[in-house]
Design a protein around this ligand. Sequence first.
Ligand code: SF4
Length: 396
Amino acid sequence: TTSQPEFDTVIKRRKTRPVKVADVTIGGGYPVVVQSMINEDTMDIDGSVAAIRRLHEIGCEIVRVTVPSVGHAKAVGEIKQKLRETYQDVPLVADVHHNGMKIALEVAKYVDKVRINPGLYVFEKPRPDRSEFTQSEFDEIGEKIRETLEPLVVSLRDQGKAMRIGVNHGSLAERMLFTYGDTPEGMVESAIEFLRICESLDYRNLVISLKASRVPVMIAAYRLMAKRMDELGMDYPLHLGVTEAGDGEYGRIKSTAGIATLLADGIGDTIRVSLTEAPEKEIPVCYSILQALGLRKTMVEYVACPSCGRTLFNLEEVLHKVREATKHLTGLDIAVMGCIVNGPGEMADADYGYVGKQPGYISLYRGREEIKKVPESQGVEELINLIKADGRWVDP
Ligand code: SF4
């Protein structure tokens, strides 16, 4: 017998600890969690409640809100309450984009997770010569950060809530910048400095992010973080994202390039696609990335040939019709192929196939088996009948 090289076609995810955000679990082998952020002013309680609900209803499992002041923090308490009364309890994250401990402590009472940015905990004196910081200077500043952070860590720890240490490439503290440069290493060290403080306080409900707007920087930072954590025996889940990805097709491709590359490496436990569009637009992109990688199956997987001179019907039109008729069915793979020239194997073992047979006729397949030839005009209807006969149909 000849030995065949083994290729694993299932992504092996990096082992991480489970971190609970209300009833959603990030890491620990749980499905990759989809999240997004509303762009309403948090002071607009009704507007925020409606926006959170809209996102949650289409599959956003954790919703982030921005909290720039203590007034906003109190408003989050009202938002949470109103959600419970009028809809349901949605896992919420507060983005505290300031070294504002009062804000963070206030909002920690209401939300399930608080996001902080280490780059904003700045205690260093201005350093015009941009020289490196010594270890003792690091230690001294580290002690000040620890004192500042401790009340929040203790509060979240005692409430069983989570925290995200969210490093951004664009906002590294000077000691990191002058010592490691504007590099993935600086981002990683910044996260580790905060992780160590949390661990010393026996707090481990932590998620890490290292976002950058440049995809290669972001990929390098997450890969380095995973490696460093392995070396240090840390197993915190990672939140993936490309910041400022922009909009439209390129924004989606840029986000996917960064997020999917890491997920394929097994890195990443929760994702956010940041688009300069309504946040609702981000959710289908997240689910499509996860579905394409085989990490979560939440919709029908369509296999379709690109069409060519052999195509026996208007493929674009038929694919559209098939999709419209079947997109509510989850867990099915449906192939639409212009002809069968290369055999049913080309349909990637789809559950059902709609295949050009001869002019005016198509064939329906169940797996690799040809079931029947029907006039093209009845193709979609007959496909639905076949799925129904197999007991795999549900009404939309
Ligand atoms: Fe062309 Fe047939 Fe291949 Fe489609 S399946 S691209 S129609 S040869």
